[in-house]
Every structure is written in structure tokens, then in C-alpha cells.
Design a protein around this ligand. Sequence first.
Ligand code: SF4
Length: 62
Amino acid sequence: MKLLLDATRCQGYGLCHEPAPDLIDLDEWGYATVVAQPGSGAAEAAASAAAACPNSALKWER
Ligand code: SF4
């Protein structure tokens, strides 16, 4: 299982951070970086972060 970010699609909306603050950091402009991969306990947070992205920049691959 892996949380993948396509940085070319990220538009800096920042909506992915709230559901998964331990997995995703935002820079000062709101652009995302995946800083950790979820353990089994954070799979739901990773899925929520991917679902929150309006630009399909985040993918949660099982
Ligand atoms: S919600 Fe999507 S577009 Fe917005 S910062 Fe996160 S990855 Fe980027």
C-alpha cells in the first residue's frame, strides 16, 4: 500500500493535509509533499486524503 503524489497535478489547494497531517506536509504556498507512508492504522487517513484532492494528484494504491 502506498500514497503517491503526482506533483505535476498538485495545485496547492491544501485539502489533503487535514485528513492526514502525519502523512502530508504543505509548503508555504499550500503545495503538498508526502512525508511518510501510512502504516496499517493510517490507511483510512491516506484514503481520505486521496479522496479530498480535487485535482486527483494523490493516489492511494492498495
Ligand atoms: S489536495 Fe491535491 S492539489 Fe491540493 S495540495 Fe493536496 S495534493 Fe495538492
